[in-house]
Ligand binder design. Structure first.
Ligand code: MG
Length: 431
């Protein structure tokens, strides 16, 4: 199995993500870079993995700056002053997970080519170790204040009442302080870092945010903010205590940030295209790294994923959940209530389902499905098979982890018809 996935290296801490593996990552990375900055989220495995990576980096002769427990966007911002950045995080995964993600100076995560290079050095044990007199040195720095000041320099004052749910993650070190310094009345929820994530699952999806919804309503706040474990993601709740759907938040930011073009993943609602009429919408594979890569390539104005990753290229190519929170607060301060602003956006019905299909049959089935779907409209194969029809679109993707094929359909009107047509083609292809 490949070491790196679309979000770096991730797995169960101390059985898959071990100090032994982390040491090799440090050795490989250190063999190719002279300096590195390293940070971690509050996971129980964080310090163990961090120390092992640092040992590897130093042994390879790379100088290391430790910035302690920080959000991923803080680490990505700090990386501009070093040859590379290392974030010890498993993002929104449950507490038993650990992970390592590598960063470039421009705030973009290592792409697949760079990850392959590291992987090949590890596999071939091709790292270099330094002589005794050129072993790397360790420095410590506090960059949270620099990151906070950068954000505060980009947004105006605001006097809203905001509930911030950091989910016991790394956002606890920065988001409440930034919003308070903007002038907001901030009420914190779960803003004590804790690697057991006792308050809620770190993923900021609606079912994990019941506490935030209740608190936002109960405190009479203007809005609520939620982050994942490492704060590259940000989601919101309106003043009525209602979760704002990811596609809506994407269109909401897209409308205000996009002059010419925007980048979104292939499973994004066509509501975004309709709202942003006249502006180019580029679609990529699902994953914020792909959105960032395409954004850089197209020189687009904005990029985002409905899962809560918002990329403002004027700030960073790393999705910055803290800046996104500050920008959202600024917009609501200037333009009025979040529920009415979001309420202006259209909503189209979407249906999602799965069809059982054994893993060995998936490839052949996808071929037949492609042939069947061709008749329905314009086909693209960025990620699975997507068909754009007059009424809407369909996405058929084999699950990467389960013996299933996933179907998503969205239409401006009759989504059931579109879904059942697709389901029939998929079922016939599996027979
Ligand atoms: Mg994350």
């Amino acid at each position: 199995m490949a070491l790196f996935g679309s979000s770096g290296i991730r797995g169960i801490a101390n059985s898959e993500i071990t100090p032994g593996l982390a040491l090799k990552v440090g050795l490989a990375l250190g063999s190719m870079h002279d300096s590195a900055v390293i940070g971690r989220d509050p996971r129980t495995s964080g310090e163990m993995i961090e120390h092992a990576i640092i040992s590897g980096l130093l042994s390879a002769g790379c100088n290391v700056t430790r910035i302690g427990m920080v959000s991923t966007p803080t680490l990505a911002y700090a990386a501009r002053n070093y040859d590379c950045g290392v974030m010890v995080t498993a993002s929104h995964n449950p507490p038993e997970y650990g992970g390592i993600k590598l960063w470039n100076r421009d705030g973009m995560a290592f792409d697949s080519k760079q990850q392959d290079e590291i992987e090949s050095v590890i596999q071939n044990k091709a790292w270099k170790t330094a002589e005794w007199n050129s072993i790397g040195m360790v420095n410590e720095a506090n960059v949270i204040e620099e990151h906070a000041e950068m954000i505060l320099g980009k947004v105006g004052r605001a006097s809203l009442k905001v509930v911030v749910d950091c989910g016991c993650g790394a956002a606890s070190t920065i988001t409440p302080y930034v919003l308070r310094r903007m002038g907001c009345h901030v009420i914190t929820l779960n803003s004590q870092p804790d690697g057991f994530f006792p308050a809620r699952n770190p993923e900021p999806v609606e079912k994990n945010l019941e506490m935030l919804k209740k608190a936002t309503l109960a405190f009479g706040a203007d809005l609520g903010i939620a982050h994942d474990g490492d704060a590259d993601r940000m989601m919101a709740v309106d003043g009525l205590g209602r979760f704002v759907e990811g596609d809506k938040l994407l269109a909401f930011f897209g409308l205000r940030e996009t002059k010419k073009s925007i980048v979104v993943p292939v499973d994004t609602s066509i509501m975004v295209d309709d709202v942003l009429k006249g502006r180019k919408v580029y679609r990529t594979r699902v994953g914020d790294v792909y959105v960032a890569e395409e954004l850089k390539k197209r020189n687009a104005d904005f990029g985002g994923e409905p899962s809560g990753s918002w990329i403002f290229p004027g700030i960073s190519l790393c999705p910055d959940g803290i800046y996104a929170a500050a920008r959202l607060v600024e917009i609501v301060e200037n333009e009025g209530r979040l529920d009415s602003l979001v309420g202006e956006l259209p909503a189209y019905p979407m249906l999602r389902g799965t069809i059982a299909c054994s893993n060995d049959k998936k490839e052949a089935a996808m071929g037949k499905i492609g042939n069947g779907l061709k008749k329905m409209g314009e086909i693209s194969s960025i990620d699975g098979i997507r068909v754009d029809t007059k009424e809407g679109w369909i996405l058929v993707r084999p699950s990467g982890t389960e013996p299933k094929i996933r179907i998503t359909a969205e239409a401006r009107n009759d989504v059931e018809k579109l879904y059942s047509k697709t389901e029939k083609i998929v079922k016939e292809a599996i027979l």
